[in-house]
Design a protein around this ligand. Structure first.
Ligand SMILES: NC(=O)c1ccc[n+]([C@@H]2O[C@H](COP(=O)([O-])OP(=O)(O)OC[C@H]3O[C@@H](n4cnc5c(N)ncnc54)[C@H](O)[C@@H]3O)[C@@H](O)[C@H]2O)c1
Length: 302
């Protein structure tokens, strides 16, 4: 399905990115495997994990090249895209997947924890997108596939930095889809659920946190790859600006933020009039404040 295409997957040394890189290569794409390697905390960067995935792809008869730059700077984004151009002469698919977690309650979160997560997810997705978009605009084709999360779409405790970054990525994706529509370039989000090293860093102090992580442990990152490969294909040319979810054997599409109820007052609103009217009108339509684990509390593997 991806024969002749050049695909770049960030954070592809492990987890979901690795499965997407392996499947895209099996589907015929030439793949740039980006990962800065290193530990969960971001220390000890190394090209080893990216190179190991390249070796795996080559052993299966595919073509791939490694890149160990961090996505979290404009220069890094440019070098990652240049790796694709230098090795394969073009760039058709970008999967913005690299990610880290720095969980902390909002009242304790540090500036470094905020910046680290925003820089990796949100700025990192922008940096690689910004480097690839002019090339796709010129060739009048391309695909962006960006990873969001139900931590932002629904909610999670202790993840203000991550939730903000992941909803920021939804905005980035929709804006990219609009800006690039006339050049036959699509941009979509996937909200995955899978047991990976990153999920292993989620604190499991409360019974609710423990239960959520136990459920995720059963879901493989390999479940996510088919949707990413399909979105990258010519078959998905008319699908853009959307947010999908993959949870085990389940694929879902999310609704966008739209008004779900309106009230109007002929004389205009005062705080007192809102107080009089709210309970009988908008109150009935409020979105419950709940976590992703509470919302998705069934087993999707059966
Ligand atoms: N696993 C899940 O259930 C889940 C849920 C929601 C969203 N996601 C998203 O899916 C994506 C993949 O996560 P995963 O679960 O496979 O995690 P993972 O930790 O297994 O893989 C992430 C990879 O990104 C790499 N990376 C981190 N920062 C980088 C940087 N600055 N530059 C280059 N590489 C970098 C890491 O080295 C790692 O190999 C992330 O964007 C994550 O937010 C995952």
């Amino acid at each position: 399905m991806l024969k002749g295409k050049v695909a770049l997957v960030t954070g592809a040394g492990r987890g979901i990115g690795r499965e997407i890189a392996l499947l895209m290569a099996r589907c015929g794409a030439k793949v740039v495997v980006n990962d800065y390697g290193g530990s969960e905390s971001g220390a000890d960067a190394s090209s080893e994990v990216a190179e190991a995935v390249v070796t795996e792809i080559e052993a299966a008869g595919g073509q791939a090249v490694a890149n160990a730059d961090s996505v979290a700077s404009m220069a890094g984004g440019e070098r990652i895209v240049k790796t694709a151009i230098d090795a394969f002469g073009r760039i058709d698919v970008v999967v913005n997947n690299a990610g880290i977690l720095r969980d902390r309650m909002i009242f304790n979160m540090t500036e470094a924890e905020w910046d680290g997560v925003i820089d990796t997810h949100l700025k990192g997705s922008f940096a690689v997108t910004r480097a690839a978009a002019p090339r796709m605009r010129e060739q009048k084709s391309g695909r962006f596939i960006n990873m969001t999360s139900t931590s932002g779409l629904v909610g999670n405790v202790g993840q203000a930095n991550y939730a903000a970054a992941k909803l920021g990525i939804v905005g980035l994706t929709r804006a990219t889809a609009l800006d690039m529509a006339r050049y036959n370039v699509t941009a979509n989000c996937i909200s995955p659920f899978a047991w990976t090293r990153m999920i292993g860093t989620i604190p499991t102090e409360t019974p609710a946190q423990k239960a959520r992580v136990e459920k995720i442990k059963k879901m493989s990152p390999a479940h996510i790859a088919p949707l990413a490969a399909w979105l990258a294909s010519d078959d998905a040319k008319d699908v853009t600006g959307q947010v999908f979810g993959v949870r085990g054997k389940e694929i879902m599409v999310f609704g966008a933020m739209r008004p779900i109820q309106r009230i109007h007052h002929a004389d205009g609103w005062t705080p007192e009039r809102i107080s009089d009217m709210f309970a009988g009108t908008l109150q009935h339509h409020l979105v419950p404040l709940e976590t992703s684990g509470q919302y998705f509390n069934y087993d999707p593997l059966v």
